[in-house]
Design a protein around this ligand. Structure first.
Ligand code: ZN
Ligand code: ZN
Length: 437
């Protein structure tokens, strides 16, 4: 196995409090050292002007296999992850059939291993068939490789099922990730309920549908002592509830997706289905509250909710089109544009929410460049301007609201298990030829 020397980059590893210029040396699939580089390596990467950090982890993606391979497969999704700078992703169980058994979880692990792209960690279903009635065999799912549980795509609607799920998952020290929504309040909804939905005459999904479920589940986490993770938080009140829950010592974490801190429901005036997601785009005060939650640590991590849909599905009438957008390949530039450039987060703060925090949430041994750690590493070009072009995506789907956006940062290189698996523009190949003897 090869040795890799990454020279002259700005190394940011929040797990060790590192943010300084240094060389990183990878040896036989492990991080060997930061700073004290040996004289030679099989591959030398010139990282001057770049950020070198632990491989990013996206704790919320949909890879659509099995069942909807026309939208994405485990292989194409894992490749899109690398192109977006994510060396590990956790995939949701709302496939067909659902990931609700040991065999289904093992299938995901096997397909990911075959693809040899980003690491893929399956998240198992909370309920059998994601039907919300009977608890899935959580222990068997863990044995099959599941790192957490959710019925995402839909909430666990039953309070008693949610209570039991929190209790059982605790025995495995795993979290329950919840898509927080009271379904009775969002029937027929297409977008956020409010002034814009009224004006456009479109079915609304009130913020209260999210707030109520967040409040219920925080209380259930409190009485069970279980681990609750709020997925794709989108409302002002929900952020406040998580803040208060943390203050009271309840084991609750939350994630925010780039669309919920960059876009508002006014975008729906275009009737473009690339602005249709669930939870929906909210209002300016909600966007500001999500940013505030990211700033003060109420929101622990950044995740994409990468939700690929083939073009013909998203081209349907707005009320017929499926919810969701792809997110992996726009993660870094949108985080840089919306959070780092305006000063809401530093690079180190943002990278923390994409490395240490998701690793902790998922209970995986990743997200660090400590000597001996897996050699999963991302190199980010933080400065070169580029334009987001969905036709260049590695994802099978192109449903993004960010087409044509002028941005700066992007993933430059992704290394998994000590192998350079993605690089932009062949720059690594050039460097490799300069490898010292
Ligand atoms: Zn969801
Ligand atoms: Zn989702």
């Amino acid at each position: 196995m090869q040795t890799i020397l990454i020279q002259g980059g700005r190394v940011i590893d929040p797990s060790q409090g590192i943010d300084r210029e240094a060389d990183v040396y990878l040896d036989r699939g492990r991080v060997a050292s930061i700073g004290a580089a040996p004289g030679s390596a099989d591959v030398v990467i010139d990282a001057r002007g770049m950020i070198v950090c632990p491989g990013l982890i996206d704790a919320h993606v949909h890879l659509r296999e099995p069942g909807n391979e026309e939208d994405e497969t485990i292989a194409t999704g894992a490749r899109a992850a690398l192109a977006g700078g994510c060396t590990s992703v956790a995939c949701m169980p709302n496939t067909r059939p659902a990931i609700d058994s040991q065999g289904a979880a093992e299938f995901v692990v096997l397909q990911a291993r075959r693809a040899r792209q980003a690491n893929v960690f399956p998240v198992g279903a909370v309920s059998k068939g994601r039907e919300g009635v009977e608890l899935a065999e959580l222990g068997q799912l863990v044995a099959g490789g599941a790192v957490a549980f959710t019925d995402d795509g839909a909430p666990v609607a039953s309070a008693s099922l949610m209570r039991r799920a929190l209790q059982y998952a605790k025995m495995f020290d795993r979290c329950i990730m919840q898509h927080c929504q009271v379904l009775e309040l969002t029937v027929g909804g297409v977008m956020n309920e409010g002034f814009e939905s009224m004006k456009l005459g479109l079915g609304g999904m009130p913020a209260a549908a999210e707030d109520i479920m967040v409040a219920r589940d925080i209380r259930l986490a409190e009485i069970t002592g279980g681990r609750l993770h709020i997925q794709h938080i989108s409302t002002e009140r929900a952020v406040e509830l998580v803040r208060e829950g943390k203050r009271r010592g309840i084991d609750v974490t939350a994630e925010a997706c780039p669309h919920h801190f960059t876009l508002t429901d006014e975008r729906l005036r275009t009737f473009d289905s690339n602005y249709k997601m669930n939870p929906p785009l909210r209002t300016r005060p909600d966007v500001d509250a999500v940013i505030g939650g990211l700033r003060d640590g109420t929101i622990d991590l950044l995740a994409t909710d990468h939700a690929p849909h083939a073009a013909e599905k998203k081209l349907r009438e707005l009320d017929q089109a499926p919810f969701g957008i792809v997110g992996l390949e726009t993660l870094i530039p949108i985080v840089a544009l919306a959070l780092i450039e305006p000063g809401h987060l530093t690079w180190s703060g943002a990278i923390r929410k994409l490395t240490v925090e998701p690793a902790k949430l998922l209970g995986i041994d990743k997200g660090t460049l400590r000597p001996g750690a897996d050699a999963d590493l991302t190199i980010i070009d933080p400065a070169t301007p580029w334009t987001i072009d969905p036709s260049a995506f590695y994802s099978k789907s192109r449903n993004t609201p960010y087409a044509g956006w002028e941005v700066r940062a992007r993933a430059h290189t992704a290394i998994v298990a000590g192998e350079v698996r993605y690089t932009l523009g062949g720059i690594v190949r050039e460097s490799a030829t300069r490898a010292t003897p």
